[in-house]
Write a new protein. Structure first.
Length: 296
């Protein structure tokens, strides 16, 4: 299944940068930011080429959900299969597009059910040159948190880039089914900043907004869906705020059955800053409620 892309080719030589959005169908700020970016660029002022794919997972977008009708998460399905389900076919096509790039940025949000503290992430790959280029790109994108995580996680867009030795970063910015103007602008600015860092455009980089830089070598670091899982199906009421600090053993929130007869307090499994928080109140047993990261 074809991934719809648009390429702007500059008048001067330079790298090929790929930027994708909509790998999940309910992540809207990247879609708007990439459309605006493609319209903004002047080929006469561009060195190299920019390829954007604002809505990679169109079937999921039409559904208004994270995944397409086969229920597979595109960000866990790469490199996919040309003869598989709809998500497997998209993953196969997307993986080929990624392999053709010199640099790669994948833009995300928390989708319909989560908020994510604005961050830029990368894999802690073994290749020191690629790793340093990723650090530069992540810092240039200029969101409050820069987070290096486990390089061994498979199925991701960034695992395709890792295997091809392509410097790659991803970004997260809020979510909850919104399309915030602030998020769109932050993504537009972040992409332009990285392009300037790579020498593709002339742009004065703004003052740094980075508050924390963390290289997290724990196994599975970066897998947000496996932290602080719900012990039951019910109604979640958070006791913490996104970006706030919580100590291990303190309440993250309370889950109750629909009528409130049964209530269970969920305690934080670690101390740190809440970088992901569930905002969709109905929760299924085993789903993630929050991600807490030690930033000290």
């Amino acid at each position: 299944m074809a991934v719809q892309t648009k390429t702007i080719t500059g008048d001067a030589a330079g790298p090929n940068l790929l930027i994708t959005g909509g790998v999940h169908g309910d992540e809207f700020e990247p879609m708007v930011a990439l459309r605006q970016l493609a319209e903004l660029l002047d080929p006469s002022a561009l060195r190299g080429s920019l390829t954007v794919a604002p809505v990679v997972n169109e079937p999921a977008f039409i559904r208004g959900e994270r995944c397409a009708e086969d229920g597979l998460d595109l960000a866990r399905t790469c490199p996919g299969s040309p003869d598989g389900t709809v998500t497997e076919r998209i993953a196969h096509e997307l993986s080929g597009v990624i392999r053709g790039a010199d640099f790669y940025i994948d833009l995300h949000t928390g989708g319909n059910i989560m908020d994510v503290w604005p961050l830029t992430g990368y894999k802690l790959v073994d290749d020191p040159e690629v790793l340093e280029q990723q650090r530069r790109m992540a810092r240039a994108f200029n969101l409050p948190l820069v987070w290096g995580t486990d390089a061994k996680l498979e199925g991701r867009t960034l695992s395709i880039a890792r295997d091809a030795k392509i410097p790659a970063i991803y970004a997260e910015y809020l979510g909850s089914g919104r399309c915030s103007p602030e998020g769109v602008q932050a993504y537009l600015d972040g992409c332009l900043n990285v392009m300037a860092e790579l020498g593709m455009i002339d742009r004065e980089l703004p003052p740094s907004r980075i508050v924390h830089e963390v290289e997290d070598h724990r196994e599975g670091a970066g897998h947000m869906q496996v932290r602080n899982l719900s012990p039951m199906t019910g109604f979640f009421e958070a006791a913490v705020e996104l970006g706030g600090r919580v100590e291990s053993g303190e309440p993250l929130g309370v889950i109750s059955d629909p009528l409130g007869a049964r209530r269970e307090t969920v305690l934080a499994s670690e101390s740190g800053v809440v970088i992901v928080l569930r905002t969709f109140s109905r929760v299924i047993e085993g789903e993630s409620l929050a991600v807490v990261l030690d930033l000290i």
